[in-house]
Design a protein around this ligand. Structure first.
Ligand code: TYM
Length: 342
């Protein structure tokens, strides 16, 4: 069976983008793949995290995985720091990756901001750790949202350079799986910005644990425009929104895309249904749909977070199973590199 690896950072404020772009796909894919789903706590500390908050958020991501429907018996759910192979393989990759490759990473530039001198060196080598996460299990497929594409291309380059340098076929070439109609969910306050955990305004995102009244308020206040909703005529032959149309009405297409994803319908269907309608009536329907989809899951997350022993037991079991896969792979890597293991 092919093996999948993916991860989510425990940095709080898990939102609809994380769900539609990633977690929901993890659930669907566990049918056909061996799934390894990680809570990447080592990635989280590339930016300062309060220790107590980090523990709470690690349990929150685990609770989201479980509440969304990942089966911890069938798939492996664990937090990254339990498996030393991630850090160990990342060191090897620090010595494979070229500085020029890291300098091209847009996420580093975004996250480091203007004060780049003050960013942690961990933030800079973050993509090497991400490649190690995947390749420590020789996973071949990686479901993610669109924003992770550049990191996965780098992971492919790292695997390829390692294989070339050591004249081996050891690491597989990774395939990103960017699936569904909501691979890039945008902020509710600004259709040109990604919905993000770190955006200061909570009104910019729908959180996985939001209550019905919070969802209703956020959708009602979501930025829109003055026109009526577009019809399916705007789509191109591939059934996609052309770039110019999206740029002209980013908020409208974001909300319509969220509706399509939550209702599991094609965007063309949704456009046909709402063509020519006002935002106000559409927003009511979107609220109902979001509450229906997220309500039970949010309640289950809260139940699980109130029972940390249950969550921790899942992580412990997953950690053991993950170590059993990664440890022998790392031994082979050390042998290929020429480390003596007396
Ligand atoms: P993170 O924690 O930022 O996000 C988790 C997942 O959610 C997706 N995502 C989105 N999808 C659609 N719309 C959005 N607005 C949106 N925001 C986030 C992300 O693409 C991601 O799939 N570097 C990764 C974590 C990671 C990882 C890995 C992923 C570490 N190691 C190995 C895959 C394989 C990250 O920061 O995700």
């Amino acid at each position: 069976m092919k093996r999948i690896f993916s991860g989510v950072q425990p940095t709080g404020n898990l939102h609809l983008g994380n769900y539609l772009g990633a977690i929901r796909n993890f659930v669907a894919l566990q049918e056909d793949y061996e799934g390894i789903y990680c809570v990447v706590d080592m990635h989280a500390i590339t930016i300062w995290q309060e220790p107590e908050e980090l523990r709470r958020h690690t349990r929150e991501v685990t609770a989201a995985y479980l509440a969304a429907g990942i089966d911890p018996k069938r798939s492996i759910i664990f937090n990254q720091s339990q498996v030393a192979a991630h850090a160990e393989l990342a060191w090897i990759f620090n010595c494979v990756t070229r500085l020029g490759w890291l300098n091209r990473m847009t996420q580093f530039k975004d996250k480091a901001g203007k004060n780049r001198e003050n960013a942690s060196s961990g933030l800079y080598v973050y993509p090497n750790l991400m490649a190690a996460d995947i390749l420590a299990y020789k996973a071949t497929h990686v479901p993610v949202g669109e924003d992770q594409k550049q990191h996965l291309e780098l992971a492919r380059d790292i695997a390829q350079k390692f294989n070339n340098d050591f004249k081996t076929e050891f690491f597989p070439i990774i395939e990103p799986l960017i699936l569904g109609t909501a691979t890039r969910v945008m902020s509710l306050r600004d259709g040109a910005r990604k919905m993000s955990k770190s955006e200061p305004s909570d009104m910019s995102r729908i959180n996985m644990t939001d209550e019905a009244d919070q969802i209703a308020q956020k959708v009602r206040k979501a930025k829109s425009d003055m026109e009526l909703l577009p019809g399916p005529g705007v789509l191109n032959e591939a059934g996609r929104v052309p770039e110019e149309a999206r740029e002209a009405r980013p908020e409208a297409f974001n909300l319509l895309g969220i509706y399509a994803a939550l209702s599991n319908r094609a965007l063309s269907d949704v456009l046909t249904e709402f063509e020519g309608q006002q935002f106000s009536s559409f927003k009511k329907e979107l609220t109902d749909l979001a509450v229906e989809a997220l309500g039970p899951m949010g309640a289950e997350m809260k139940r699980l977070m109130a029972d940390p022993a249950q969550v921790d037991a899942v992580l412990k079991d997953g950690g053991e199973r993950a170590r059993a896969i990664a440890a022998p792979i790392l031994e082979e890597v050390y042998d290929i590199v020429g480390f003596l293991r007396p």
